[in-house]
Structure formats: structure tokens, C-alpha cells
Design a protein around this ligand. Structure first.
Ligand code: PMP
Length: 497
């Protein structure tokens, strides 16, 4: 599990914090001189500063090794923010990352589904740099700017639904979800929100209330906001059908959630952190019918599944259902922090002026990057590429699974290029094996592949490889995965013997 995820898997954060190096008199003197120089520079016109060579003044002696950085991290950063990898990024290009010691990794994690267009897509970087040369921030609430409007126009045109739409921007996925709820509550004059088991909607208090998994996200953080209800997600292997999910929702309307007090039902088209389970189209159709019947708004949380990941702009398009509101973030801006809510114009306009916003929401550099990322998805055929990657990887996982006797790969699933495979201790029963998953992830990293688990039981490995990755890189990654799996299984068998 990791995003968000339970990165406790490989976290080094439990170890004793390392001691900080003592400051010497020479260090202090150097610092004093630097501060004076910086002050002097601030009084100079910009051009003279720009002509100075760039130095990394924030680092006295840049640490070059992963061990150094690990020690500094442990001393300076709380263990609550866990990292899946005990190595530190130095640079990245498309589907590859290099750590500070120069070791290369293939990136199947994409910074948690942020990099559908890859690391540093040239178009994205060019657009961001061009915007940086004009201005980086005014706050849309103080002096608005065109990239925000252009992005809203683009998303209004791309999102499903044959009705007028409007879009608003924020910075994180959780913020988008919070605001979708605020908009839905205002538009309906109701308060209730219904979410699903295993769903993930963020780490703020309202979104944690909607997130359907305790550990590690919600543990010890309650109480959570009231008026949030939960329905079982249909799960073939747990014997929960779409009809049973709908039945549970109807029962909820009789027992706890008065339907005419419910503002919204929210669901991810493919459960992300919950294990890459696609929502059956039938469920979307049933939810649409029930929402229309009771005047409830339907929200698709596309934060993880959007922007080509599944072969469509938005994963809900596979179902043919149009939601009232869509939340998006992650791959929308090709690596820059940006999120948004797209929705029915009348619903979006329910909140009075000043009710929505945030200092950084819709940052101009991020909006410019998003316009470029969207253009890259369009011009490079990345929707079709997602389908092709999905089909190829499914077939390859099936082959690897068949070769991995005793069979440990189970339930290869997903939508287009958003897919996952479970690691199990018993192929017949599908018993989740989180320990094996951790071992595979650790071994893959050693061999140069970044993987990220997910799922209720932490035993699913998800694929979020950039859609711009070449076939050769994907194959190389899959070969590492197979080798890591074989080694991990052998080690597990040996340990049990
Ligand atoms: N919704 C979904 C479906 C997500 O996958 C995530 C992040 N994994 C969020 C919301 C929250 O996004 P953020 O971490 O940017 O707040």
C-alpha cells in the first residue's frame, strides 16, 4: 500500500535518528559571509544576480550518498511521512529515475500515478518554463490569468456529459474532493455523503472521513466529520455483487441516510489505493438512476484514474455514464501540483462568489503544464497507448504468473493501462501475501525497478508506468519484476523450510 500508501513497507523511518554534525567556527563564519553577500545581492538589480553563477547555497556540503541523506532525513523529517524507497532521487527522464549515487531505476510508480506523460515531458517543461518567465503567481483570486481559463475550457470540453460545464482548480486531490463536497452541499442544500468501502479520497479530515480504510490513513486521527456513510464496493472474490451493493445502499436509505438529505455519492471509477478494482459499468448505471431518483449528485473521483491512465480521458467514460461532478489531479499537470473539479455549470455556480478558492489554487505554471500535458496526450496518441500497454502487460503478467510455480500471481485486473496484480500465498484460495509483496518490491528496487503496492491487504502491485515509456523499457521492467518475484518466492520457501 502506498501513496498515501502504507509506505511502512520499506520505510527507514523507524530507525534511531542520526546525530546532526556539529557546526564549526569556520562553518559559522562562512554562513555569516554568505548572508551578507545575499543581502547585498537583494539590493542589486535582478540582472546582476542572474549573471552570477548558480550555487547551491542551501547546502553546506551536499550529501552525495543515499546513506547520508537517509541519516539527515531521519533526523529532520518525521517518520509519519514514510517513503517506499530508501534511496534518493537525483534526476529523471520519461520512465527512468537516477538516484544520488547514479543508480538507474525504471519507474512503474510514476510518482503515484502523476506521470502518465512521463518525467519531464519536453512539452510540459517548455510550457512551464515559458510561464515561469512571465510570472509564477498572482493568485487567481487577486489577479486572474489566461492559462487557468484555457485549462477550464479544455476540461469542460473533454469531460463526459452533454451539458454545459465549468471547472475550478486547486492544488491537491484531497482539496478537489473537499471542494466537490462543498459544491454538492451548497447546490443541493443537503449534507449527506455516501462513499464506498476501500475507496480513497485523501488525507484531510473530511476526505479521511470518506476514505474507507483505517490503516495507515485514518489510524488515531478521528473523530471524522459526521454525515458520511459507506456502502460495500462490489467485489467478485468477496462474493459481493453489484446487486448486493445496491441493496446495501437501499437499506442505508431506510436505516441511516435519509435520501433527501444526501448531497452526493462519490466513487472512484477504478479504486486506486484500494487495489485497482474497476467499477462495473452496471454499478455506475444503477447509481446514476438512484441519484436521479432522489436528487443526489454523482461524483466520480478521477484523481488517480484520469488523464489517459485507463485509455480514456476519464475512466468513467468506459461506462457511458456522465457524473455531475468530476474530481481530478495527479497526471493532469504532468508532475506539477494541480487539482480540479469539473461539473455541471448550474451546480458549479451554486456557491456564492468568494466561497471557493485558496491562495495557490490553479497556479499559473501548473495550469500551463497541464495544457501541455493534455496536448501531449492528444498528439502522441497516449489514450490508445494506454490500451496497448494494458493488453501487453496483462498477457505478460499471465505468462510470468504461469512460470512462477508455485503460482503466486493472482487476479490480474484493471482498465487499460491502469492495472494491478495480486500476490498470494495460496493460488487456490487467493490468500493475500503482504509479506511476499514487500519482499518483491524491495528486491525489484535493488534490481532497478520502482514498484508501488496498493489494496486493502497491501498485496496488490499496481502499474502506473508512464504511457510514454518505450516497449523496451516496459519489457526491461517486467523482466526485473519476474526476477524479483522468483527470488522472493525462493527466499520465502527457504525461510519456511
Ligand atoms: N482521490 C483519489 C482517488 C486518490 O487516488 C488520491 C491520491 N492517491 C486522492 C484523492 C488524494 O490526492 P492528494 O494526495 O493529491 O491529496
Amino acid at each position: 500500500m502506498t501513496d498515501n500508501t502504507d509506505t511502512t513497507a520499506a520505510t527507514p523511518a523507524d530507525a534511531k535518528p542520526a546525530k546532526q554534525p556539529r557546526k564549526t567556527a569556520a562553518t559559522r563564519a562562512r554562513k555569516g559571509a554568505k548572508a551578507k553577500k545575499a543581502q547585498a545581492e537583494m539590493l542589486e538589480p535582478r540582472a546582476s544576480i542572474a549573471s552570477e553563477p548558480v550555487t547551491t547555497t542551501h547546502l553546506e556540503a551536499p550529501a552525495k550518498t543515499n546513506a547520508d541523506l537517509l541519516a539527515r532525513r531521519q533526523a529532520a523529517v518525521p517518520r509519519g511521512v514514510a517513503s517506499a524507497a530508501p534511496v534518493f532521487a537525483d534526476r529523471a527522464e520519461n520512465a527512468e529515475v537516477w538516484d544520488v549515487e547514479g543508480k538507474r531505476y525504471i519507474d512503474f510508480a510514476g510518482g503515484i500515478a502523476v506521470l502518465n506523460t512521463g518525467h519531464r515531458h519536453p512539452k510540459v517543461i517548455e510550457a512551464a518554463k515559458a510561464q515561469e518567465d512571465r510570472f509564477t503567481h498572482t493568485s487567481f483570486q487577486v489577479m486572474p490569468y489566461e492559462p487557468y481559463i484555457a485549462l477550464a475550457e479544455k476540461l469542460n470540453a473533454l469531460a463526459p456529459g452533454d451539458f454545459a460545464k465549468k471547472s475550478i482548480f486547486f492544488t491537491t486531490g484531497a482539496e478537489a474532493v473537499e471542494n466537490a463536497v462543498k459544491i454538492a452541499r451548497t447546490a443541493t442544500g443537503r449534507t449527506g455523503v455516501i462513499a464506498f468501502t476501500g475507496g480513497y479520497h485523501g488525507r484531510t479530515h473530511l476526505t479521511l472521513g470518506m476514505t474507507g480504510k483505517i490503516s495507515p490513513y485514518k489510524k488515531n486521527f478521528g473523530p471524522f466529520p459526521a454525515d458520511i456513510f459507506r456502502v460495500p464496493f462490489p467485489h467478485e472474490h468477496q462474493g459481493i455483487s453489484v446487486a448486493q451493493s445496491i441493496q446495501a445502499l437501499e437499506t442505508l436509505f431506510l436505516t441511516d441516510a435519509q435520501p433527501d438529505r444526501v448531497a452526493a455519492i462519490i466513487l472512484e471509477p477504478v479504486l486506486g489505493e484500494g487495489g485497482y478494482h474497476p467499477v462495473p459499468a452496471e454499478l455506475w448505471h444503477e447509481l446514476r438512476r438512484i441519484c436521479d431518483q432522489h436528487g443526489i449528485l454523482l461524483i466520480a473521483d478521477e484523481v488517480q484514474s484520469g488523464f489517459g491512465r485507463t485509455g480514456r480521458w476519464f475512466a468513467i467514460e468506459h461506462s457511458g455514464v456522465a457524473p455531475d461532478l468530476i474530481t481530478c489531479a495527479k497526471s493532469m499537470a504532468g508532475g506539477y501540483p494541480l487539482s480540479g473539479v469539473i461539473g455541471r455549470a448550474d451546480v458549479m455556480d451554486a456557491v456564492e462568489p468568494g466561497g471557493l478558492g485558496g491562495t495557490y489554487g490553479g497556479n499559473p505554471v501548473a495550469c500551463a503544464a497541464a495544457l501541455a500535458a493534455i496536448e501531449a496526450i492528444e498528439t502522441e496518441g497516449l489514450l490508445a497507448r494506454s490500451e496497448a500497454i494494458g493488453q501487453h502487460m496483462r498477457a505478460r503478467f499471465a505468462e510470468i504468473g504461469a512460470r512462477s510455480a508455485p503460482y503466486r500471481l493472482w487476479d490480474i485486473r484493471g482498465l487499460g493501462g491502469m492495472l494491478a496484480v495480486e500476490l498470494v500465498s495460496d493460488f487456490e484460495t487467493g490468500t493475500p501475501d503482504a509479506a511476499l509483496t514487500k519482499l518483491v518490491v524491495a528486491k525489484a528496487l535493488e534490481k532497478g525497478l520502482v514498484l508501488l503496492p496498493c489494496g486493502m491487504h497491501g498485496n496488490a502491485i499496481r502499474v502506473m508506468v508512464p504511457l510514454t515509456a518505450s516497449d523496451a523499457i516496459i519489457e526491461e521492467g517486467l523482466a526485473i519484476f519476474e526476477a524479483a518475484l522468483a527470488e522472493a518466492v525462493a527466499e520465502q520457501i527457504q525461510a519456511a523450510a
